[in-house]
Design a protein around this ligand. Structure first.
Ligand SMILES: [Mg+2]
Length: 292
Protein backbone atom coordinates (compact mmCIF):
# COMPACT_ATOMS: atom_id res chain seq x y z
CA UNK A 1 0.00 0.00 0.00
CA UNK A 2 1.59 3.23 -1.09
CA UNK A 3 0.71 6.62 0.22
CA UNK A 4 2.45 9.87 -0.24
CA UNK A 5 2.05 11.72 2.98
CA UNK A 6 3.05 15.26 3.70
CA UNK A 7 0.65 15.67 6.58
CA UNK A 8 -2.13 13.86 8.35
CA UNK A 9 -4.76 15.08 5.92
CA UNK A 10 -3.33 12.93 3.17
CA UNK A 11 -3.97 9.80 5.16
CA UNK A 12 -7.67 10.41 5.55
CA UNK A 13 -8.20 12.27 2.30
CA UNK A 14 -10.66 10.58 0.00
CA UNK A 15 -8.83 9.31 -3.01
CA UNK A 16 -9.81 7.05 -5.84
CA UNK A 17 -6.61 5.08 -5.51
CA UNK A 18 -6.96 2.11 -3.16
CA UNK A 19 -3.23 2.37 -2.59
CA UNK A 20 -3.61 5.45 -0.39
CA UNK A 21 -5.18 3.59 2.55
CA UNK A 22 -2.70 3.35 5.37
CA UNK A 23 -4.75 2.44 8.42
CA UNK A 24 -3.84 4.74 11.27
CA UNK A 25 -3.86 1.62 13.45
CA UNK A 26 -0.78 0.50 11.54
CA UNK A 27 1.05 3.68 12.58
CA UNK A 28 -0.34 3.59 16.09
CA UNK A 29 1.15 0.13 16.65
CA UNK A 30 4.70 1.36 15.94
CA UNK A 31 6.90 0.99 19.05
CA UNK A 32 10.31 1.16 17.41
CA UNK A 33 11.88 2.79 14.36
CA UNK A 34 14.88 1.34 12.51
CA UNK A 35 16.77 4.10 10.73
CA UNK A 36 19.06 3.87 7.77
CA UNK A 37 21.87 6.43 8.01
CA UNK A 38 23.22 7.71 4.68
CA UNK A 39 20.47 9.45 2.70
CA UNK A 40 18.06 9.18 5.64
CA UNK A 41 19.74 10.89 8.60
CA UNK A 42 22.67 12.58 6.89
CA UNK A 43 24.49 12.93 3.60
CA UNK A 44 28.26 13.25 3.40
CA UNK A 45 28.42 13.78 7.17
CA UNK A 46 25.97 16.68 7.04
CA UNK A 47 23.01 15.84 9.29
CA UNK A 48 19.62 16.72 7.79
CA UNK A 49 17.70 19.53 9.45
CA UNK A 50 15.32 18.47 12.19
CA UNK A 51 16.83 15.04 12.82
CA UNK A 52 17.32 15.62 16.55
CA UNK A 53 13.81 17.07 16.87
CA UNK A 54 12.52 13.92 15.14
CA UNK A 55 14.42 11.74 17.64
CA UNK A 56 13.04 13.85 20.51
CA UNK A 57 9.53 13.31 19.11
CA UNK A 58 10.10 9.55 19.11
CA UNK A 59 11.31 9.65 22.70
CA UNK A 60 8.33 11.74 23.79
CA UNK A 61 6.01 9.18 22.18
CA UNK A 62 7.80 6.31 23.92
CA UNK A 63 9.02 4.99 20.56
CA UNK A 64 12.52 3.51 20.51
CA UNK A 65 14.95 3.92 17.64
CA UNK A 66 17.92 2.09 16.21
CA UNK A 67 20.41 3.27 13.60
CA UNK A 68 21.34 0.52 11.16
CA UNK A 69 24.64 0.13 9.40
CA UNK A 70 26.13 -2.63 7.30
CA UNK A 71 29.64 -1.38 7.98
CA UNK A 72 31.20 -4.07 10.18
CA UNK A 73 34.66 -2.47 10.16
CA UNK A 74 33.58 -0.27 13.08
CA UNK A 75 32.15 -1.48 16.36
CA UNK A 76 28.87 -0.32 17.83
CA UNK A 77 30.84 1.84 20.33
CA UNK A 78 32.71 3.51 17.47
CA UNK A 79 29.44 4.23 15.68
CA UNK A 80 27.99 5.81 18.81
CA UNK A 81 31.05 8.07 19.04
CA UNK A 82 30.78 8.93 15.35
CA UNK A 83 27.06 9.75 15.52
CA UNK A 84 27.52 11.79 18.68
CA UNK A 85 30.34 13.62 16.94
CA UNK A 86 27.82 14.61 14.29
CA UNK A 87 25.53 15.90 17.03
CA UNK A 88 23.05 13.01 16.90
CA UNK A 89 21.55 11.85 20.21
CA UNK A 90 22.55 8.22 20.56
CA UNK A 91 23.67 5.51 22.98
CA UNK A 92 24.92 1.95 22.58
CA UNK A 93 21.40 0.56 22.42
CA UNK A 94 20.57 2.88 19.50
CA UNK A 95 23.03 1.29 17.07
CA UNK A 96 22.78 -2.09 15.34
CA UNK A 97 25.43 -3.20 12.85
CA UNK A 98 25.60 -6.14 10.47
CA UNK A 99 27.96 -7.70 13.02
CA UNK A 100 25.21 -7.54 15.66
CA UNK A 101 22.82 -9.22 13.19
CA UNK A 102 25.46 -11.87 12.47
CA UNK A 103 25.90 -12.61 16.18
CA UNK A 104 22.12 -12.93 16.66
CA UNK A 105 22.01 -15.27 13.66
CA UNK A 106 24.93 -17.41 14.84
CA UNK A 107 23.58 -17.78 18.39
CA UNK A 108 20.32 -19.09 16.97
CA UNK A 109 21.46 -21.16 13.98
CA UNK A 110 24.88 -22.45 15.01
CA UNK A 111 24.60 -22.20 18.81
CA UNK A 112 27.36 -24.70 19.55
CA UNK A 113 30.01 -22.66 17.72
CA UNK A 114 32.41 -20.93 20.12
CA UNK A 115 35.72 -20.84 18.24
CA UNK A 116 35.77 -18.75 15.07
CA UNK A 117 38.28 -17.69 12.48
CA UNK A 118 37.51 -14.05 11.75
CA UNK A 119 38.47 -11.91 8.80
CA UNK A 120 37.75 -8.52 10.29
CA UNK A 121 39.15 -5.43 11.96
CA UNK A 122 40.41 -5.55 15.55
CA UNK A 123 37.22 -3.78 16.66
CA UNK A 124 35.08 -6.45 14.97
CA UNK A 125 37.17 -9.03 16.78
CA UNK A 126 36.51 -7.27 20.09
CA UNK A 127 32.80 -7.30 19.38
CA UNK A 128 32.80 -11.07 18.77
CA UNK A 129 34.98 -11.62 21.83
CA UNK A 130 32.55 -9.56 23.94
CA UNK A 131 29.77 -11.79 22.59
CA UNK A 132 31.61 -14.84 23.95
CA UNK A 133 33.44 -16.10 20.86
CA UNK A 134 37.04 -17.27 20.94
CA UNK A 135 39.10 -15.89 18.04
CA UNK A 136 41.40 -18.52 16.55
CA UNK A 137 44.90 -17.39 15.62
CA UNK A 138 47.45 -18.95 13.34
CA UNK A 139 46.50 -22.49 12.39
CA UNK A 140 44.20 -23.07 15.40
CA UNK A 141 41.17 -24.97 14.15
CA UNK A 142 37.90 -22.99 14.32
CA UNK A 143 34.33 -24.27 14.40
CA UNK A 144 33.20 -21.58 11.94
CA UNK A 145 34.56 -18.77 9.78
CA UNK A 146 33.19 -15.21 9.88
CA UNK A 147 34.02 -12.62 7.22
CA UNK A 148 33.43 -8.90 7.72
CA UNK A 149 34.57 -5.64 6.15
CA UNK A 150 38.22 -6.29 6.92
CA UNK A 151 40.08 -3.05 6.29
CA UNK A 152 43.12 -4.75 7.83
CA UNK A 153 42.97 -7.74 5.45
CA UNK A 154 46.22 -9.53 4.77
CA UNK A 155 46.88 -12.31 2.29
CA UNK A 156 48.06 -14.88 4.83
CA UNK A 157 44.85 -14.58 6.84
CA UNK A 158 42.71 -14.59 3.69
CA UNK A 159 44.38 -17.88 2.69
CA UNK A 160 43.87 -19.35 6.17
CA UNK A 161 40.16 -18.43 6.13
CA UNK A 162 39.82 -19.92 2.64
CA UNK A 163 41.46 -23.11 3.89
CA UNK A 164 38.94 -23.60 6.72
CA UNK A 165 36.10 -22.76 4.34
CA UNK A 166 37.45 -25.31 1.85
CA UNK A 167 37.50 -27.81 4.74
CA UNK A 168 33.73 -27.32 5.05
CA UNK A 169 33.56 -25.18 8.20
CA UNK A 170 30.29 -23.22 8.57
CA UNK A 171 30.91 -19.82 7.02
CA UNK A 172 28.98 -16.57 7.60
CA UNK A 173 29.60 -13.06 6.22
CA UNK A 174 28.33 -9.90 7.87
CA UNK A 175 26.96 -8.06 4.79
CA UNK A 176 26.88 -8.32 0.99
CA UNK A 177 28.28 -4.90 -0.08
CA UNK A 178 31.09 -5.33 -2.59
CA UNK A 179 32.37 -1.79 -2.21
CA UNK A 180 32.04 0.86 0.47
CA UNK A 181 31.21 4.26 -1.04
CA UNK A 182 33.96 6.85 -0.67
CA UNK A 183 34.82 10.26 -2.04
CA UNK A 184 38.51 9.31 -1.98
CA UNK A 185 40.35 8.26 -5.16
CA UNK A 186 40.25 4.55 -4.27
CA UNK A 187 37.92 1.55 -4.37
CA UNK A 188 37.12 0.35 -0.86
CA UNK A 189 36.92 -3.42 -1.36
CA UNK A 190 34.17 -4.51 1.01
CA UNK A 191 32.90 -7.75 2.54
CA UNK A 192 31.01 -9.00 -0.53
CA UNK A 193 34.09 -8.68 -2.70
CA UNK A 194 36.22 -10.53 -0.13
CA UNK A 195 33.58 -13.30 -0.21
CA UNK A 196 33.79 -13.29 -4.02
CA UNK A 197 37.55 -13.87 -3.82
CA UNK A 198 36.95 -16.74 -1.38
CA UNK A 199 34.26 -18.18 -3.68
CA UNK A 200 36.66 -18.03 -6.62
CA UNK A 201 39.24 -19.90 -4.58
CA UNK A 202 37.01 -22.44 -2.80
CA UNK A 203 33.68 -22.59 -4.65
CA UNK A 204 31.82 -21.77 -1.41
CA UNK A 205 29.60 -18.82 -0.55
CA UNK A 206 28.48 -17.95 3.01
CA UNK A 207 25.62 -19.85 4.64
CA UNK A 208 24.08 -16.52 5.56
CA UNK A 209 24.79 -12.81 5.09
CA UNK A 210 22.70 -11.16 7.83
CA UNK A 211 23.33 -7.48 6.95
CA UNK A 212 21.04 -5.36 4.79
CA UNK A 213 19.07 -6.21 2.67
CA UNK A 214 18.64 -9.64 4.28
CA UNK A 215 15.62 -9.81 6.54
CA UNK A 216 17.96 -11.26 9.20
CA UNK A 217 19.07 -7.65 9.86
CA UNK A 218 15.58 -6.65 11.00
CA UNK A 219 15.01 -10.08 12.56
CA UNK A 220 18.05 -9.29 14.71
CA UNK A 221 16.52 -6.01 15.84
CA UNK A 222 13.16 -7.63 16.58
CA UNK A 223 14.83 -10.40 18.59
CA UNK A 224 17.20 -8.14 20.52
CA UNK A 225 14.53 -5.52 21.30
CA UNK A 226 11.73 -8.01 22.00
CA UNK A 227 9.44 -6.60 19.30
CA UNK A 228 6.79 -8.00 16.97
CA UNK A 229 7.29 -7.14 13.31
CA UNK A 230 4.14 -4.99 13.19
CA UNK A 231 5.63 -2.81 15.97
CA UNK A 232 8.64 -1.88 13.82
CA UNK A 233 8.97 0.78 11.12
CA UNK A 234 11.97 0.65 8.78
CA UNK A 235 12.88 4.12 7.49
CA UNK A 236 15.28 4.42 4.59
CA UNK A 237 16.00 6.01 1.21
CA UNK A 238 16.50 2.90 -0.93
CA UNK A 239 13.78 0.79 -2.49
CA UNK A 240 15.71 -2.39 -3.22
CA UNK A 241 17.40 -2.63 0.16
CA UNK A 242 15.62 -0.69 2.91
CA UNK A 243 12.07 -1.10 1.60
CA UNK A 244 12.56 -4.66 0.32
CA UNK A 245 13.87 -5.67 3.74
CA UNK A 246 10.90 -4.01 5.48
CA UNK A 247 8.46 -5.85 3.23
CA UNK A 248 10.19 -9.19 3.75
CA UNK A 249 10.14 -8.69 7.54
CA UNK A 250 6.56 -7.51 7.94
CA UNK A 251 7.78 -4.12 9.22
CA UNK A 252 6.22 -0.86 8.07
CA UNK A 253 8.33 0.37 5.14
CA UNK A 254 8.77 4.16 5.22
CA UNK A 255 10.61 5.68 2.27
CA UNK A 256 12.18 9.11 2.74
CA UNK A 257 12.91 11.24 -0.31
CA UNK A 258 16.16 12.70 1.07
CA UNK A 259 18.37 10.12 -0.61
CA UNK A 260 18.41 7.81 -3.57
CA UNK A 261 14.83 6.93 -4.51
CA UNK A 262 12.20 9.30 -5.90
CA UNK A 263 8.44 9.26 -5.34
CA UNK A 264 7.98 8.28 -9.00
CA UNK A 265 10.28 5.28 -8.64
CA UNK A 266 8.44 4.26 -5.46
CA UNK A 267 5.06 4.46 -7.16
CA UNK A 268 6.33 2.35 -10.06
CA UNK A 269 7.31 -0.53 -7.78
CA UNK A 270 5.30 -3.75 -7.96
CA UNK A 271 5.22 -3.62 -4.17
CA UNK A 272 5.51 0.08 -3.29
CA UNK A 273 6.62 1.19 0.19
CA UNK A 274 3.87 1.40 2.82
CA UNK A 275 4.54 5.07 3.26
CA UNK A 276 6.44 7.75 1.33
CA UNK A 277 7.40 10.94 3.17
CA UNK A 278 9.62 13.89 2.32
CA UNK A 279 11.95 13.27 5.26
CA UNK A 280 12.14 11.83 8.77
CA UNK A 281 10.70 15.06 10.17
CA UNK A 282 7.48 14.47 8.22
CA UNK A 283 7.34 10.90 9.52
CA UNK A 284 7.77 12.12 13.10
CA UNK A 285 4.99 14.66 12.62
CA UNK A 286 2.71 11.90 11.35
CA UNK A 287 3.44 9.64 14.33
CA UNK A 288 2.78 12.53 16.72
CA UNK A 289 -0.51 13.41 15.00
CA UNK A 290 -1.69 9.80 14.99
CA UNK A 291 -0.84 9.51 18.70
CA UNK A 292 -3.05 12.55 19.26
MG1 LIG B 1 20.67 4.99 2.69
Amino acid sequence: MAVNVEGKDDINAPDDSPATELPSARLRSIRHVALDLDGTIYKDDVVFEGVNDFLATLRSLGIGYTFLTNNSSRSRHEYVARLRGLGIACDDENVFTSADATIVYMRKQIPDVRRIYLLGTPSLGEQFAEAGYVLCVGAEEPEAVVVGFDTTLDHRRLCQAAYWIAQGKPYVATHPDRICPTGEPTVLVDCGAICAAIAAATGRWPLAVPGKPDRLMLAGILASRGLRSDELAMVGDRLYTDMAMAAASGALGVLVLTGEATAEQAAAMEQPPDLVVDDVVAFGRLLAEIAG
